[in-house]
Design a protein around this ligand. Structure first.
Ligand SMILES: Cc1ncc(COP(=O)(O)O)c(C=O)c1O
Length: 440
């Protein structure tokens, strides 16, 4: 395939979560993709070790998904879902409901993870109010949690730089659990650490402080992804579940990354053995091909909204909730996942993946390696006086070497498309291993 000329004006696009000046001085531009590979504008193939941005679970430019989007664009480009409907939105919801854990099959469509999070928080507040417990307004998140960039998401989120500039305008009535990262106890753990379940007991302390009757919901990622792949300690999520149930608090799992096969089951909650009351998704729902997210809600929550007088039950929604192109992409994606067994495939690769990533134990500056399903992270000791620089340099050098990774501070994260072959897993960590030897 011939390359198009590289654009030479990079000034207008204000890039998200990017050091714009650094990037524009030395851009990394991608112009094509197929299967496990990106193609850079200089013609190089880049092995995708993070499914784009944790979303391209079936690999890039899959024919069935491409065809579904193309056909839909020519058939019904847009239809409102406010007081109107189009069949594909109902079909997409029913199809995805069929793979949901039992009883969690009412679906509110959004366009992103951030919108899913804010939608879930609003449903939680409105649910309590609908049941006559409108005083339950407090939300509990967790330190180091990432729940997108809406005001709700950054308020319950716990990544300090994402909150700092907006700290005067965050939601009131939010508290945070402690994070679970404890390398002094858990460094180089394979799978779920055995140390740390007691950190969930902090929820009892927070509940006692504010009084249970004021708390609407607890929201956590079952596995904290963006902050650097923090695998939950054994028993931790079970404790959160028990405490929430005891006090009538809704438990929300943010499965924007762990949804759609990342951990070897359709949803992370199924792998980790704990069911929430609501969960949020996006990313892998459409294989990243068209923006779409969704909130999955217990039947009993949906039914609580259906008891009042006739009329709109929830004053919430997006122009593009259930957009036809996104629904077509979502159906094509789900069909592909199911035909190829991708929602379970991580289970059969988990051991190989684990051995490959942990083979880098002992590489220069590596202070922790962690993994579960087809996810993993390598953490570096911060460079004195320049925290985060090793992570950033590793990302840049990996790209130059031909592998796309993701970094947060001094951690490199990995989450390849679920079609990855064992030989490609080996290649990823061989290339990364070489890069680590060159990092200062
Ligand atoms: C757990 C979690 N929630 C929410 C989001 C936000 O998703 P989006 O960027 O689609 O708004 C992300 C994105 O990485 C995420 O990992």
């Amino acid at each position: 395939m011939t390359s198009r000329p590289v654009i030479d004006d990079l000034s207008s696009f204000w890039m998200p979560f990017t050091a714009n000046r650094q990037f524009k001085a030395a851009p990394r531009l991608i112009e094509g993709a197929k299967g496990m590979y990106y193609r850079a504008t200089d013609g190089r193939e880049i092995l995708d070790a993070c499914a784009g941005l944790w979303c391209v679970n079936a690999g890039h430019c899959r024919d069935e998904i491409v065809a579904a989007i193309q056909q839909q664009a020519a058939t019904l480009d847009f239809a409102p879902t406010f007081q109107m409907g189009h069949p594909l939105a109902f079909e997409a919801a029913s199809k995805v409901a069929a793979i949901m854990p039992d009883g969690l099959d009412r679906i509110f469509f959004t366009n992103s993870g951030s919108e899913s999070v804010d939608t879930a928080l609003k449903i939680a507040l409105a649910y309590h109010r609908a049941r006559g417990e409108g005083q339950r307004t407090r939300l509990i998140g967790r330190e180091r949690g990432y729940h997108g960039v809406g005001f709700g998401g950054i308020s319950v989120g716990g990544i300090a730089p994402n909150r700092k500039a907006f700290s005067g305008a965050l939601l009131p009535s939010v508290d945070h659990l402690p994070h679970t990262h404890a390398p002094e106890h858990n460094a180089f753990t394979k799978g779920q650490p055995t140390w740390g379940a007691h950190l969930a007991d902090e929820l009892e302390r927070i509940v006692a402080l504010h009084d249970p009757s004021t708390i609407a919901a607890v929201i956590v990622e079952p596995l904290a992804g963006s902050t650097g792949v923090l695998v939950p300690p054994q028993g931790y999520l079970q404790k959160l579940r028990e405490i929430c149930t005891k006090h009538g608090i809704l438990l929300i799992f943010d499965e924007v990354i762990t949804g759609f096969g990342r951990l070897g089951k359709p949803f992370g909650s199924q792998k980790l053995g704990v069911l929430p009351d609501l969960f949020t998704t996006a990313k892998g729902m459409t294989n990243g091909a068209v923006p779409m997210g969704a909130v999955f809600v217990r039947d009993s929550i949906y039914e609580a909204f259906m008891q009042g007088p006739d009329g709109i039950e929830l004053f919430h929604g997006y122009t593009y909730s259930g957009h036809p192109l996104a629904c077509a992409a979502g159906i094509g994606t789900l069909d592909t996942y199911q035909e190829e067994g991708l929602l379970e495939r991580a289970t059969s690769l988990e051991k190989h993946w684990e051995d490959a990533i942990h083979s880098l134990k002992g590489a220069p500056n590596v202070i922790d390696i962690r993994n579960i399903g087809l996810m993993g992270a390598i953490e570096f000791a911060p460079k004195p006086g320049a925290p985060g620089s090793r992570g950033y340099n590793a990302l840049v050098k990996c790209f130059e070497a031909g592998v796309l990774t993701r970094y947060t501070a001094d951690t490199l994260a990995f989450s390849p498309p679920l079609i990855v072959q064992k030989t490609q897993i080996d290649q990823i960590f061989e290339m990364v291993g070489k890069v680590l030897k060159t990092l200062d």
